[in-house]
Design a protein around this ligand. Structure first.
Ligand code: HPA
Length: 232
């Protein structure tokens, strides 16, 4: 039976409540992000949720940064949905909007991994987009800018990133996708827009704001994940 893994970004870990027959495989409480790996069932599908991740800014240990994806491989996961909370640069975006990651700009310190080759499969993106449309869920596609963090961007950085053509910005996901590609796991990246970043707005983003916007986006986010899992 196929197994789907989902890495849950900041404010999105409530999705664990959707799983039945839960079994906690790994637990690391405390620290900036609570990390748990939970196996369970969602409408008869085998699902593994990863709440929280080790960010590149927290550690120089590749082993830690890649822990979720390595575990996904050990658990025979063949499809990994990697989600994140992200700032929205595209002027069309509103808070709680969802964006499928079609391409990326990697501003992490390199090299994190031998291959920087990230392939977002056009077929998987098309399937995910069609699934959203069929379920009447508003969805965007765009370019994700991976910033090394841990601080949010200055206004000048926001202006610079906007000029680069990126649609969303966050501090995660690309290491997960790189490693999953290397291990032969199919992936889909989804940004959940938690704050809007516009020219000259002088937005002061806080972690609390990101987490509470993630919680607000929960309904549409969880509807979409349910739809994707049922459709896979
Ligand atoms: N910048 C970087 N990472 C983020 C943001 C942001 O504005 N929002 C959520 N994660």
């Amino acid at each position: 039976m196929q197994k789907i893994g989902i890495i849950l970004g900041s404010g999105l870990s409530k999705f664990r409540n959707e799983l039945t027959n839960q079994n906690v495989i790994y637990s690391e409480l405390g620290g900036i992000h609570e990390k748990q790996v939970i196996e369970g069932k969602l409408n008869n599908n085998s699902v593994v949720l990863f709440t929280g991740r080790n960010h590149f800014y927290e550690t120089y240990s590749k082993e830690k940064v890649f822990r979720n994806v390595s575990l996904a491989k050990d658990l025979n996961i063949d499809f990994l949905i990697v989600t994140n909370a992200a700032g929205g640069l595209n002027p069309q975006f509103n808070i709680s909007d969802l964006m499928l990651i079609k391409s990326h700009i990697n501003f992490f310190q390199k090299p994190l991994i031998e291959s920087q080759k990230v392939e977002f499969s056009p077929d998987i993106i098309k399937w995910a987009k069609d699934c959203a449309i069929r379920n009447k869920i508003k969805i965007y596609e765009g370019c994700y800018y991976a910033s090394s963090g841990p601080v949010y961007e200055t206004q000048a950085e926001i202006n610079f990133i906007k000029k680069s053509g990126a649609d969303s910005v966050g501090m995660s996901t690309i290491p997960d996708i790189l490693r999953a590609n290397e291990l032969g796991i199919k992936t889909l990246g989804i940004s959940c827009i938690t704050n809007l970043l516009h020219y000259g707005m002088n937005a002061k983003v806080t972690h609390d704001e990101v987490v509470s916007a993630g919680a607000k986006a929960y309904k549409v986010f969880s509807n979409y994940l349910n739809a994707l899992i049922n459709d896979y």
